[in-house]
Design a binder for this molecule. Structure first.
Ligand SMILES: NC(=O)c1ccc[n+]([C@@H]2O[C@H](COP(=O)([O-])OP(=O)(O)OC[C@H]3O[C@@H](n4cnc5c(N)ncnc54)[C@H](OP(=O)(O)O)[C@@H]3O)[C@@H](O)[C@H]2O)c1
Length: 281
């Protein structure tokens, strides 16, 4: 296989960091940038970087991801998540690169009670979700060789989602989580493995890319404590749910991946167990 030149934009973010750890520099050349090097909102900067370095694969992990910040600053959310995505798509097309664009379960309204498939109509209710959906449309419109990956509730050593629950339980004897929020918890390692598999294919399109199954925040915390054998109370807080600006139910079903058999994500419980063991938590 030829050596890839891979440009990761948003390389200092949570997925960007895991991807950098995952990619083998002996196999692929990795160009890692964040907004201090290439601000994707700036179309000239973005295109010039692509034309100078001629990556054959671009992974766009750049985004404004804090739903509260997006809600309070919609202009900034749309600049980065929509126009920035457009600029990356134009740049990818200019150099004929494959574009892997990260998106989110928050493009769905959260009104469903069964996992969303790729053909379900998105209907975002938050500024984060709306700006990300517009980014997806731009990627479709302006780049030919694209993969749009919607994922959900990532846990990794970078965001400490699992580690924080264990710490809170040990220190306080209780864990407080948002009430009645459901999605598909996903290991960032698993996602990185999938991205590396997919980027060497020509299976373009949109994919739901999460570990299989559905959990509430409470069930996720319960499973962590069960695996660790920690006895602590889990309290669901309605205020955390409202303040977080997240839709209530955004579980994803990897319908197209399961149909095409390109890659099979494990269920979230076994992935979580493997994560806890691998990291000696
Ligand atoms: N983590 C999850 O659970 C999750 C779930 C579903 C989908 N996703 C999607 O996955 C992608 C990456 O998520 P993440 O969790 O890695 O996000 P993240 O940790 O917030 O990282 C995003 C990165 O993009 C950078 N960035 C912001 N504005 C930029 C700009 N104008 N130009 C270049 N870079 C810019 C950020 O820099 P600053 O921090 O300096 O602003 C940050 O380093 C996003 O598209 C997100 O929607 C993530």
């Amino acid at each position: 296989m030829n050596r890839n030149t891979i440009w990761i934009s948003g390389a200092n973010g949570k997925i960007g960091k895991i991807l950098q750890r995952y990619l083998d520099p002996l196999e692929d050349e990795v160009l890692a940038t964040d907004k201090d090097i290439v601000d994707i909102v700036n179309s000239d900067e973005t295109s010039i970087f692509a034309r100078r370095n001629r990556p054959n694969i671009i992974i766009n992990c750049s985004a404004l991801t804090d739903p509260v910040v997006c809600q309070e600053h919609p202009d900034e959310a749309f600049r980065v998540n929509a126009l920035g995505a457009r600029n990356m798509a134009v740049a990818a097309n200019t150099v004929d690169a494959k574009l892997i664009h990260m998106s989110t379960d928050d493009v769905f309204s959260g009104q469903s009670r069964s996992a969303y498939r790729e053909y379900d109509a998105p209907h975002p209710t938050t500024m984060y979700g709306k700006s990300k959906l517009m980014g997806e449309s731009f990627v479709r419109e302006f780049s030919v060789k694209h993969f749009i990956l919607r994922t959900s509730w990532l846990f990794s050593p970078v965001n400490h989602r699992v580690e924080d629950i264990i710490k809170e339980a040990r220190e306080n004897g209780k864990v407080v989580v948002p009430r009645a929020q459901f999605s598909s918890p996903t290991s960032a390692y698993q996602l990185a493995e999938f991205i590396v598999t997919l980027m060497n294919t020509y299976e373009y399109g949109i994919y739901h890319a999460s570990c299989q199954g559905v959990a509430s925040r409470k069930e996720f915390a319960e499973e962590i404590l069960r695996i660790k054998g920690i006895d602590a109370e889990i309290i669901e807080d309605e205020n955390l749910r409202i303040a977080g600006h997240r839709p209530d139910f955004t579980a994803l079903e990897n319908f197209l991946l399961n149909t095409s058999k390109i890659y099979e994500f494990p269920d979230w419980k076994s992935s979580l167990k493997a994560y806890i063991e691998k990291n000696n938590l």
